[in-house]
Design a protein. Structure first.
Length: 315
């Protein structure tokens, strides 16, 4: 599969995540963010693991726990805490800063040295998201801001470490995604029980919403995300992140009757254009890096930074 097709499939993940707000507000019980996070992660993880019929072995027990905590178990609760204590626009802007964290960590741990124009594209995308979601009445809360920043950093660290560790030999992205979702869900379940008590009663609408969140919004979406991460650079994957708040704004306009101002439309154009430009810049940077001859020492370092193919790699 060529790079463009891989990018398109991977982009379906943040597009799907952009539907989370609409589904949660229209179908799910209110004020149960941790229960919702657990329902998203744990059943999806168990299902994918069962379908793959593969369990972790050796060091992959603790590696899956670390990755699942970073990408799911810590990310979801911190994200919801930020969303509850801040206006959605402020929380979305903090989340759109994730690519900048990934650029820094990828340079440090993977040797993916992003060019200045790639960094500028990430900043422009975050600015465009701000134009779409921020309002003049946005209030700031120190704990909410801290939770938003740490949630972005957690997901960024999980993205980079997922790229660095790859997958064990003979294991595909379906199994690896199932391990992470299961581990993350097991972190969230006790937090939900302590903070929110017993599960709420669920009607047909809620069951439909949770079914969508588990299968489409989480199981398939994270499988596509981690699959793309195996074939693209960490920077390329994370630069697709702004598609999530843009999709949320588009759904709000199309399905929920929310108006879009000229400033918001300009912000959507800027964020989308910056996302596309960032992919072009990242692809050119990767192509130039692949064309440079490596010494034996540099070759060892390159093993962590070059894009992985669909073939499993041993770590």
């Amino acid at each position: 599969m060529n790079r463009l097709a891989t990018l398109a499939l991977t982009a379906l993940a943040p597009v799907s995540w952009g539907s989370t707000y609409a589904v949660a507000t229209e179908l799910l019980p209110p004020d149960r963010p941790l229960f919702t996070a657990a329902m998203r992660a744990l059943p999806a993880g168990l299902l994918l693991t069962a379908l793959s019929r593969t369990l972790p072995a050796g060091s992959w027990w603790w590696k899956s726990a670390v990755l699942g905590t970073l990408n799911i178990g810590a990310f979801f609760p911190l994200l919801f805490l930020s969303a509850y204590r801040l206006p959605g626009g402020v929380a979305a802007v903090l989340g759109s800063a994730g690519p900048l964290f990934v650029v820094g960590l990828a340079a440090l741990l993977l040797g993916e040295r992003a060019e200045l124009r790639t960094v500028l594209a990430a900043i422009a995308a975050a600015f465009g998201v701000g134009m779409v979601v921020l309002t003049a009445q946005a209030r700031l809360d120190a704990l909410g801001i801290a939770a938003g920043v740490v949630s972005s950093a957690s997901m960024a660290a999980g993205t980079v470490m997922t790229k660095r560790w790859g997958r064990p030999a003979g294991v595909g992205p379906l199994a690896a995604t199932g391990w992470q979702l299961t581990a993350g869900g097991l972190v969230i379940v006790p937090l939900a029980a302590l903070a929110e008590g017993a599960p709420p009663a669920l009607d047909g609408r809620a069951l439909l919403g949770y079914g969508y969140m588990m299968l489409i919004n989480t199981g398939i979406a994270y499988w596509l995300w981690f699959r793309g991460m195996g074939q693209l650079s960490a920077t390329s994957v994370t630069l697709l992140g702004p598609l999530s708040p843009l999709t949320a704004a588009a759904i709000g306009w199309a399905a929920l009757g929310q108006a879009l101002t000229p400033v918001q439309l300009a912000g959507m154009a800027l964020a989308f254009g910056a996302t596309v430009a960032g992919q072009v810049f990242a692809a050119r940077s990767s192509a130039r890096a692949a064309a440079v001859p490596f010494s034996s020492t540099e070759k060892n370092d390159q093993n962590f930074s070059m894009d992985l193919t669909d073939r499993p790699v041993r770590r």
